[in-house]
Design a protein around this ligand. Structure first.
Ligand SMILES: Nc1ncnc2c1ncn2[C@@H]1O[C@H](COP(=O)(O)OP(=O)(O)O)[C@@H](O)[C@H]1O
Ligand SMILES: [Mg+2]
Length: 371
């Protein structure tokens, strides 16, 4: 391989003129370097520019500015069929009047491959997605998950270096989607090819990806491993979009090389020893972010440090966890407690109106720039 990176987007912009006559940047100075063999996801809500980015990599659209590289080669106006990438669309786009075999063989036939070559390669693709024996069926005679696998097989049969997948599991119900997530991930690991996967589902992205680009309004907000984007979100948007967070407004009171003290005026409390990662300055207004499952509830002010007094306002039992809603001097916060022990004993629950203390462990408390 000629390049460490299977695909790169370098400072790519894509402008569209909307039907209303406005000029908008669907993709706004995006740079991504996707490594060979990586499972890379673009994650963001509808309209953030995921499909447009994928279509530029595939060659269905051309950047207004910037450049797409595949295996280190600038793509310019190279047409889709000359790029070593293949796309699986959300709608599958299977030919309904053709059998599974014919659907998968179609691209090879178009290339003028020999009959026995086609047979061999379709057979191998069917095996990869575990559909052997179903080659004579038509799409209608398959379940949603099986149709999805035909769409994957059809893309894989052309032995692409990179597979582009645009919300490929969107049409499936939750249980099947979760099964297919693990199946696709296993397939990617087994084949060792690069997957670029588009989804708006954060749990899906966390489950499957080696790295995730979190996108919003045509821009990349953060790129990192699932653990990085969850545990160390780069800004408030990412902290809010991936998982849940409690936010408190504060001001940097003091600052050392890697720790900060933050004064939270609504609580009249100083939180100390909080790790910092970006260029914050003393006196800066910031947002303190704490995930619900990182807060511990205590009956007493046991630590005398980074503890907040609060009142329980509501309890919601949802089987595996209990969500405890609290009010800390007017700031509404949520705490998630795992139900390690049986809750059959009602006295194991907090009572509405009960006074409690919240322990905010410094290593799980984040200071983010206010944006
Ligand atoms: N061909 C087009 N003409 C005009 N606007 C477009 C076109 N394609 C996409 N857009 C706009 O670009 C933005 C990003 O779209 P898209 O990449 O499809 O988002 P996503 O896949 O993240 O939902 C949207 O606001 C969409 O309306
Ligand atoms: Mg899309």
């Amino acid at each position: 391989m000629t390049s460490e990176f299977a695909v790169e987007m370098r400072d790519v912009v894509k402008r569209f003129i909307t039907p209303e006559g406005n000029d908008m940047a669907a993709v706004d100075h995006v740079t991504m370097k996707i490594k060979n063999g990586e499972f890379f996801s673009m994650l963001g809500s509808s309209g953030c520019g995921k499909t447009t980015s994928l279509r530029m990599i595939a060659g269905f659209e051309w950047p207004t500015e910037g450049e797409v590289y595949i295996e280190g080669v600038p793509m310019g106006h190279t047409p889709p069929f000359q790029r070593k990438v293949n796309t699986v669309f959300q709608s599958y786009a299977l030919f309904q009047h053709m059998t599974v075999f014919q659907n998968i063989a179609f691209g090879l036939e178009m290339e003028g491959a020999q009959e026995d070559e086609i047979k061999k390669r379709v057979g191998r693709a069917l095996e990869m997605v575990q559909l052997n024996g179903m080659e004579r069926r038509r799409p209608k005679q398959l379940s949603g998950g099986q149709q999805q696998r035909v769409a994957v097989a059809r893309a894989l049969v052309k032995t692409p270096d990179v597979l582009l997948l645009d919300e490929p599991l969107g049409a499936l119900d939750l249980k099947l989607r979760k099964e297919m997530q693990l199946e696709l991930k296993a397939l990617q690991q087994q084949l060792g090819i690069t997957f670029i996967y588009v989804t708006h589902d954060q749990e899906e992205a966390l489950t499957m990806s080696d790295r995730i680009a979190v996108m919003s309004k045509g821009k990349v907000q953060q790129m990192g491993t699932p653990v990085e984007v969850y545990e160390r979100p780069a800004n408030k948007f990412v902290a809010d979009f991936i998982g849940e967070s409690n936010f408190l407004e504060g001001k940097i009171k003091s600052l050392s090389k890697d720790e900060a003290s933050v004064f939270v005026s609504s609580l009249n409390t100083e939180l100390t020893g909080i790790p910092i990662s970006q260029g914050l300055v003393k006196g800066e207004d910031v947002v303190v972010s704490i995930r619900p499952e990182k807060i511990r509830i205590a009956q007493k002010d046991a630590l005398k440090q980074n503890m907040i007094q609060a009142k329980v306002t509501n309890m919601v039992y949802i089987g595996a966890d209990t969500h405890v809603y609290v009010d800390a001097h007017g700031s509404k916060m949520k705490v998630l407690e795992q139900n390690h022990i049986s809750r059959l004993d009602t006295s194991s629950f907090y009572k509405t109106g009960q006074d409690v203390w919240l322990m905010l462990m410094p290593e799980n408390t984040l200071v983010l720039k206010k944006d």
